[in-house]
Write a protein that binds this ligand. Structure first.
Ligand SMILES: [Zn+2]
Length: 350
C-alpha cells in the first residue's frame, strides 16, 4: 500500500467510529517505534513532522526514513503529515516533497506566535486548500488558539484565552473547504497542560460536542492531547529528572471526543517522556555504557509501548486492513467533482 492521504484515513475512521493517533517524529527510532506499533496492532496511523522536526533532520532524512517505513511495512496505511505549517510556503514545500497531508495553522501569524485575524486565517488556509486539493493532498486548519509553546510554535499562555467560537468554525469550514479542523478547547502544547486533573472548567468538551453538532462533516482534531501519565513522569524523575507535577488530557476525555467527531488526536509529549525515562534509566543504572544502541533501543521500545497503548485506546487498532489505498490522483478527482467537498452548505445537501 502506498502512503495514503490523511483524508482517506479520517473518512474511514469516521465510518468506523474510531479516532486515529497522530504521532510526531524527528528521527529514525521514533519512526520505527510508530510503524512497529502500528504493524503489531494492525492500525492505520498519521505520522507527522513539525517545522522544527523538518529543520532538525534537514527534512530529506525524515522523508526517506518514512519511505523506508512504507517499504518495510506495506501493510500499514499511514499519512505523512506536516504539523503546524506557519505559511503557504511551508505547506507548499511539504506537498512538493511528497507529504500527503498538511496542517496550515493560520490561527497564528507567520511568526508562529502572534494570534492572526479571522480573515487572515481564512485567506491563507483557503490558499493552501487551493494548492493541495488538486494534488489530492489533505488540509487541516486551526481556529482559536491553543495554549503553550512547542518547537518554538505557540502563543504561550493558558489554553483558555482564545477558545474556538462555534459560529466562526462553521464559517471557516464554509469559506476554506478544508478537510479537518483543530479546535482550541482548553488544551495546550508541551508537558505542562493542566496544574490538576482537568475538569469541565478547563477542558471544554461541551464546546467540542456543540461544534460537532453544527459541523458534522468536518473531521475534528484534538491537539496537545498527550495524557502525560504519572508512571512515565515518575520514571523520568526516579532517574534524576526534574519534571514538575503536571496533568495531561485524560484518555477518557479523548474517548468522549472520539464519540463526538474527533478523528485525529495529536500526541508528542507522551513519546518524549517515554524516550527520556528509558534513556535516564540506562544512564543511571549502567553509567559505564557508552554505545548509543544501549540506550536508544530501550528508548525505542518504551515509545513503541505507549504508542501501541494509545492506538488501542483511540480505537484505530484492528483497522489497518479495512481498506485499499486511494491514489492521490483519485482523491484530486473527488475534490474536483465535489464528492469530497466538506463545505457545510454542500455536504448537508448530499
Ligand atoms: Zn499542535
Amino acid at each position: 500500500m502506498p502512503i495514503v492521504s490523511m483524508r482517506q484515513i479520517l473518512d474511514e475512521a469516521a465510518k468506523g467510529g474510531y479516532g486515529v493517533g497522530a504521532f510526531n517524529v524527528n528521527n529514525m527510532e521514533q519512526i520505527q517505534a510508530i510503524i512497529e506499533a502500528a504493524s503489531e496492532t494492525n492500525s492505520p496511523v498519521v505520522i507527522q513532522a513539525s517545522r522544527g522536526a523538518r529543520a532538525y533532520s534537514n527534512d530529506r532524512f525524515l522523508y526517506h526514513l518514512l519511505l523506508a517505513a512504507n517499504e518495510l511495512y506495506p501493510n500499514v496505511p499511514f499519512a505523512m503529515h506536516q504539523d503546524h505549517g506557519n505559511s503557504f510556503e511551508t505547506c507548499k514545500s511539504a506537498i512538493d516533497m511528497g507529504f500527503t497531508s498538511v496542517m496550515m495553522d493560520g490561527s497564528l501569524k507567520e511568526d508562529g506566535k502572534t494570534p492572526n485575524t479571522f480573515e487572515g486565517n481564512v485567506e491563507v488556509t483557503r490558499r493552501v486548500v487551493e494548492y493541495a486539493h488538486p494534488r489530492g493532498v489533505t488540509v487541516e486548519g486551526e481556529i482559536g488558539v491553543l495554549g503553550g509553546v512547542e518547537d518554538g510554535h505557540g502563543a504561550g499562555g493558558s489554553g483558555l484565552e482564545h477558545l474556538t467560537d462555534p459560529d466562526q468554525a462553521v464559517e471557516f469550514a464554509e469559506r476554506t473547504g478544508l478537510d479537518a479542523l483543530a479546535l482550541a478547547i482548553g488544551t495546550s502544547h508541551g508537558a505542562y497542560k493542566f496544574s490538576r486533573k482537568p475538569d469541565g472548567s478547563v477542558l471544554k468538551m461541551d464546546l467540542l460536542i456543540r461544534i460537532h453538532s453544527m459541523l458534522p462533516h468536518t473531521h475534528l482534531v484534538m491537539h496537545g492531547s498527550s495524557s502525560v501519565p504519572k508512571d512515565l513522569q515518575d520514571i523520568v524523575n526516579q532517574y534524576g529528572g526534574k519534571l514538575k507535577p503536571t496533568w495531561g488530557v485524560p484518555v477518557e476525555e479523548i474517548q468522549l471526543g472520539i464519540k463526538n467527531g474527533v478523528r485525529k488526536i495529536n500526541v508528542d509529549t507522551d513519546s518524549r517522556l517515554a524516550i527520556t525515562g528509558a534513556i535516564r534509566k540506562v544512564f543511571t543504572e549502567s553509567p559505564e555504557k557508552f554505545d548509543p544502541r544501549d540506550y536508544l533501543k530501550p528508548a525505542r521500545e518504551a515509545m513503541k509501548k505507549v504508542v501501541a497503548l494509545r492506538m488501542t485506546e483511540f480505537g484505530q487498532a484492528g483497522h489497518g486492513k479495512d481498506y485499499k489505498a486511494i491514489p492521490l490522483a483519485e482523491m484530486a478527482k473527488g475534490y474536483a467533482d465535489g464528492r469530497l467537498d466538506t463545505r457545510p452548505s454542500l455536504a448537508a445537501a448530499r
